[in-house]
Design a protein. Sequence first.
Length: 590
Amino acid sequence: MKDFIKYVFATVTGIVVFSLIMGIFFVISLVGLAASSASTVPVEKNSVFTLMLSGQVDERAEDDIIGELTGQISEHIGLDDIISAIKKAKENEDIKGIYLEAGLFSIDTPASAHAIREALLDFKKSGKWIIAYGDSYTQTTYYICSAADKIYLNPQGMVDWHGLAANPYFLKDLLAKFGVKYQLCKVGKYKSAPEMMTADQMSEPNREQVTAYITGIWNVMLKDVSASRKIAVDSLNAYADRFVALADQSDLVKIKMVDKLMYTDEVKGEIKKLLKIDADEHINQVPLADMVNVKGKKEKGEEIAVYYAYGEIVDSETGSLAQQEHSIVANVVCKDLEKLANDDDVKAVVLRVNSPGGSAYASEQIWHAVTNLKAKKPVVVSMGGYAASGGYYISCNANYIYSEPTTITGSIGIFGMFPDFSGLLTDKLGVKFDEVKTNKHAAFGTMARPFNEEEMALLDQYIGRGYELFRKRVADGRKLSVEAVEEIAQGRVWLGNDALGIKLVDAIGSLDDAVKKAAQLAKLSEYKTSNYPEPTDWIDQFLAQAGKKNYLDEQMRVTLGEYYAPFRYLKDINKRNAIQTRLPYFLTIQ
């Protein structure tokens, strides 16, 4: 018995000691992460900023403490970090050039690719060089790298250049196999988001608008690549029709798509020549993760706040998509904008919007918060990849609106989509219902049956009032008549370049352009910018993420790629507000 107690005591002691040691290592790791994230990185003389075009680009980078500790994290890059790093590289005298390396690169929208490319072109104004290399180039990476002075390709590589296509999903027949169908109320003949659940092909109005905006995006890409590579637009179209991805590599040099076929060690030799160093010397490289932490030019003057609003618009954090994906959470954003309105140190606000829309109710609440903010100080909107439907709703009352040329915006319309599970419950599962009620509409919204004709009429009236309010918000914000808004509304999606001509936006420009405009409206000769929402410190991140981070969902995103969005939509469909101001489909443009 004594030996048994001794062994048990020894085992418990060992477990306790092991737990303490692991806890110490865990705390040390956390402290190390916190210290590394706060440190400033020095740049050696005669260095190269190395930008690897690989991973998933989102609007803004978010730290993931648990992911970094466990290694269970996909590679996410913030567009804000890329743009900031390129700007710092331009200003830093020790950075002599940029080396771009094309890899497996996934970007949220064409507008984000355009923003990176414009930042690279701005970098070249400093007189510094850009070299690009790829074992192969996707169409997006080639578009970005076309801004480089030289484009090199692996002798066995390829350049994918094929044009654009949109392939929307239709789930009506899939749902029907389970006895599920959707009842629809909508306003706007172009408001096509519900088609995914209620149709089996694109409507003609939707085909018209999708054709218009993917053609517009392609035309921007053609124009940009033509200007940089000195290749005629007609020739670039011809190369796409020939599907040059499968062309002989030497032909790509002949048609000027690339400058030379090289292996990676040969590219290093070219960079050493540009740096004027010997062949056996080491190249000082600064990767993106370090460049972000390089000290930039010190800004001085009054503060302009840049507030990032990106993702789907939802009512609250509880039970919403905000727990899995970054979302624009109405009650959080409204509080944040109220604080900025009351902060006397903030002289103007730039609202950076990248959203396909979402809850109509949440969009109205944020519109109200923007209106209150505007009453106290200038508000300028900078549109990212999307500012459509609810994304446009929250933008329309700003003092001034900037859009990227390929921003997808407009979509002024509204719909309500209501699932009918009665076929699943009754026909498939054999569940029977009966009914007792005190009033005519006491059973409104019951799972036992679909809405009847009178109930649908009531819903139509409700949706119609929501559309009229949306339309009025746009008319008031953009100083247009309701009739003029109606002509460009009806749920129609517009590209940024086209939105300018119909007064949905004021100018085509970048986030920097929006900041300059905000300074002008606030009459500031000197200014500095601060980003909001402010990043949470590492311990708050740890406590918040420990309870909600879903790594299975994260791995599903990595595995499914472009198919993840419709999968997530079905998984979380009951968490969404039934009344939506949302962009059509999940816009997969390839």
